[in-house]
Ligand binder design. Structure first.
Ligand code: ACK
Length: 826
């Protein structure tokens, strides 16, 4: 008995010693059990057993010491342990094995490199770089590592890890995303270095390219100019016969960086912020159409700031004109004029672009641009050329021998690309140039005449403007950027009343699209066939001249693909009209709240609509010149274009804030009940969080397919927010999801639940608890863990949940989906 108790004390002491010490190595005589960890020398990284999210399965992984839910590598990704009885060991042959409760090996490391015949002292060590290595003895020379986790990346690229191939190990290393935040098994996305032609980084979805950071140009990957040299890290791209890989190195060792390919296929770089104890996104990820590989097809360029985003390159025409005109771009473009080949073709220069797919390219480091051009001209199959390296004015030669695909016009950085076209195409352009040179005198005279005509026209316009001013209808654009009282004339087309009358058949009833907050909206067709939507302010509507001017001035200045485009306005006689681009699919509420139409909106579409609205709002709040608060965001103010892209409309109520202003009070409450947060409806407090609340309501409406109105069930009356909150605290958020979505193929449960989570964060009672729109956009596109939401504002209809009686629990005013204006509410 004594012996037994001594043994017990001994084993207890042993286990205590193990868990309380911070080992970074194990040898064959030791092991790591569930609950125990290896900690790297400085404590940066830790290795042990974990369960991702709410999963019960156990995995062996490496995570950051400062953030134990940020896992950077997983051993048994495909085969989880079912219980907490797993053991990790290193064998006498230097192999790491993970044993389950029946002592069966469910994962092992194998030996990547042979280190002579006999291994004397195998040791597994977690290094301060986050690399788990197996060595013979304490040999720290990487060449002598028997195995290392850096050779088998999961979804995270840490500093000094390599992506690519080297002949010494024969390994081709690439990132693979997790299946979902709860499942580290290999998902559908991977980040690889494609070695065909000039090597390029691509993000694959299964066996198809999803996105393409692109080829290396000496400074950065052609599609990621914002990753150019910076004070935090430096990229290294190695390309020789022995190796093709890239990695990045920290320039300051005290920072923590990681690059992760998340389960949605987005590559995101983060830096640890000690002050806030959270990960800060280093490069804001903007998922836009142009990032989809080959979005515009061959021989077309994608420019996110243009509408439409796709355009055929000069000298090329749409391959399938009908499709192209209906915004199906993927068919791409073909040459308008065949190449003459040896009869003299030429090149057109494109500036500032992301170079096309280089998988069928050829390159030479030593040639200059002139030699490059000559070589391309000599070969009939050569389609384009560019410099290989953009440093020091450019060097090297890169030639394309296949269709030019995935050419993107970049907003910053980018390279020059020279595209081959037939001589006749060049002639056309050259002729124009020669014409200008040859007929300079005639041109000057003509210009003078034109100028006189323009002056006369200007005079007429001026007289007309003076007339409008007289009628009290002069619109000016207020330049309050610097808080100065400077004013400048608005540059928005002014339409004649007669033009709009004709376009709408004199505002015929059968052209009426519906009633908005401040009047009727009509469909119209201009003479050239362009369809428009005309908002006609009712003469006795609440939107007076001020709101009208406000809307005109605001929208005229804003340009974003998720905001409805204002084409012009008309102020004549008693009429105040706004002319918008016509949105074929009308408003979002006509879809989500309609039994049969809602079926057309599967989860993919709803998710992309949510993302689009979030980005539009982010632009209003943070990216436009002014901080703009919409104040009336709701389903009927989101319009859908041909491709179901969402566009926010109705800025009549928008409030402009100075860039640094964050809050204001108003005695004029305008907006729509059901979408207004408590601090605004109750006290007139406005901030960007007013819109965040409305966005949260809208998000929950999109996911649930239900309006935020009072629903009574067994005596308890809750609105949608109250209902969502109740299901959330009862751990049944799935019950909120639109039944139709759950049945659909495209429904990704983890994504839907994440949206509900984000929605609840947005509708929290206290504005300071709600995230801002940049965090919302990030939360929707990443799989980082989210904070727990607190109770929403306005949860109840007639009875409230919980005991809190703060303004947030105010009984919600009767629901009315119409925009209201309440004067002096405070
Ligand atoms: O849901 P709907 O059919 O879409 O009904 C409303 C109505 O006018 C009142 O706002 C429709 N509407 C508003 N602006 C536009 C637009 N630019 N294009 C098409 N329909 C529009 C909206």
């Amino acid at each position: 008995m004594k012996v037994l108790s001594a043994l017990f004390v001994y084993s207890f002491l042993l286990s205590f010693l193990r868990t309380s010490s911070t080992l970074d190595t194990i040898t064959p005589s030791q092991s790591i059990r569930d609950g125990e960890t290896l900690v790297s020398a400085s404590g940066r990284y830790e290795l042990g057993f974990f369960s991702p999210g709410s999963s019960k399965s156990r995995y062996v992984g490496i995570w950051f010491g400062v953030s134990n839910d940020t896992v950077v590598w997983v051993a048994n990704r495909e085969i989880p342990l079912k219980n907490r009885l797993g053991v990790l060991k290193v064998t006498n042959r230097g192999i790491l094995v993970l044993l389950d409760s029946t002592n069966t090996s469910i994962w092992s490391s194998n030996i990547s490199r042979t280190a002579g015949n006999k291994i004397n002292n195998p040791t597994a060590q977690l290094l301060d770089s986050g690399n788990l290595v197996v060595t013979d003895g304490n040999n720290s020379d990487p060449k002598s590592f028997l195995w290392q986790s850096f050779d088998h990346p999961s979804d995270t690229l840490l500093p000094d890890m390599k992506i690519g191939w080297d002949s010494a190990s024969g390994l081709d290393r690439y990132l693979t995303a997790w299946k979902s935040p709860e499942d580290p098994a290999q998902g559908e996305f991977s980040g690889v270095l494609d070695r065909r032609g000039l090597p390029q980084v691509v993000c694959m979805q299964g066996d198809k390219i999803k996105g393409r950071p692109g080829s290396w140009n000496g400074l950065y990957f052609t599609g990621k100019p914002w990753l150019r040299p910076n004070p935090l890290f430096k990229y290294e791209f190695v390309l020789n016969e022995k190796a093709v890989y890239y990695n990045y190195k920290l320039l300051n060792n005290s920072i923590l960086l990681r690059y992760v390919l998340n389960s949605l296929g987005n590559g995101l770089a983060y830096r640890w912020m000690a002050r806030t104890q959270s990960w800060d996104l280093l490069t804001s990820y903007q998922s836009d159409e142009c990032q989809n590989y080959g979005h515009c097809g061959a021989y077309a360029s994608c420019n996110i700031n243009e509408s439409p985003v796709c355009a055929c390159l000069k000298g090329f025409i749409p391959k399938f004109p009908k499709d192209w005109n209906s915004a199906y771009w993927s068919g791409g473009c073909v040459r308008g004029t065949p190449l003459g080949c040896n009869n003299g073709d030429g090149f057109l220069k494109y500036k500032g672009v992301k170079l096309p797919d280089t998988s069928s390219s050829w390159f030479d480091r030593n040639m200059n641009l002139k030699e490059c051009e000559e070589l391309c001209l000599k070969n009939c199959s050569c389609r384009a050329y560019a410099n290989l390296d953009i440093r020091n004015g450019g060097s090297g030669c890169l030639l394309w021998f296949a269709d030019l695909v995935d050419l993107v016009v970049l907003q910053m950085g980018g390279q020059d690309l020279y595209i081959r076209v037939a001589a006749s195409e060049l002639d056309h352009i050259e002729k124009n140039r020669h014409f200008v040179q040859k007929y300079q005198v005639i041109i000057i005279v003509c210009s003078a005449i034109l100028l006189t005509v323009m002056l006369a026209l200007g005079l007429v316009t001026y007289v007309r403007r003076m007339k409008l001013r007289k009628e009290g209808m002069n619109i000016r654009r207020q330049n309050d950027y610097n808080n100065e009282d400077k004013k400048e004339d608005m540059e928005l087309p002014i339409f004649d009343l007669i033009t709009i009358s004709n376009a709408t058949d004199n505002f015929a009833n059968n052209n009426k699209l519906g009633e908005g907050g401040f009047g009727s909206v009509y469909k119209g067709t201009l003479l050239r066939g362009q369809e428009i939507a005309v908002k006609r302010l009712s003469k006795n509507s609440g939107q007076g001249l001020n709101e009208f001017k406000n809307e005109v001035i605001l929208i005229a200045k804003l340009q974003h693909r998720n905001l409805v485009k204002l084409l012009g306005c008309c102020i004549q006689e008693q009429e105040k009209l706004l002319i918008y681009e016509y949105m074929h699919n009308k408003s979002l509420d006509s879809f989500i709240f309609d039994q049969s139409k809602s079926r057309l909106l599967d989860w993919r579409m709803r998710h992309s609509i949510i993302g689009g609205i979030a980005r539009g709002l982010l632009y209003l709040h943070e990216d436009s010149r002014l901080r703009i608060i919409h104040r009336d965001l709701k389903a009927s103010n989101v319009l859908l274009d041909n491709n179901m892209n969402p566009k926010i409309s109705d800025f009549g109520l928008a409030k402009t804030f100075g860039r640094d202003q964050t809050e204001a009070d108003t005695n004029r409450i305008v907006g729509t009940y059901g979408y207004m947060p408590p601090e605004y409806a109750g006290y007139g407090q406005i901030s960007v969080k007013t819109d965040v609340f409305s966005f949260g309501v809208l998000l929950l409406e999109i996911v649930s397919g239900k309006k935020n109105k009072e629903l009574c069930n067994s005596g308890q009356c809750l609105n949608l927010l109250g209902h969502a909150w109740k299901l959330w605290i009862e751990d049944k958020p799935m019950e909120l999801i639109d039944e139709f979505l759950v049945l659909g193929d495209s429904c990704i449960l983890s994504e839907v639940l994440r949206c509900i989570h984000v929605g609840l964060l947005c509708v929290q009672q206290r504005p300071e608890d709600r995230p801002n729109m940049s965090s919302v956009v990030l939360m929707l596109s990443s799989d980082n863990s989210l904070p727990n939401p607190r109770q929403p504002g306005f949860v109840a209809g007639k009875t409230s949940l919980g005991e809190d009686s703060s303004p947030g629990n105010l009984e919600m005013p009767s629901i009315n989906e119409v925009t209201i204006t309440v004067l002096e509410a405070r």
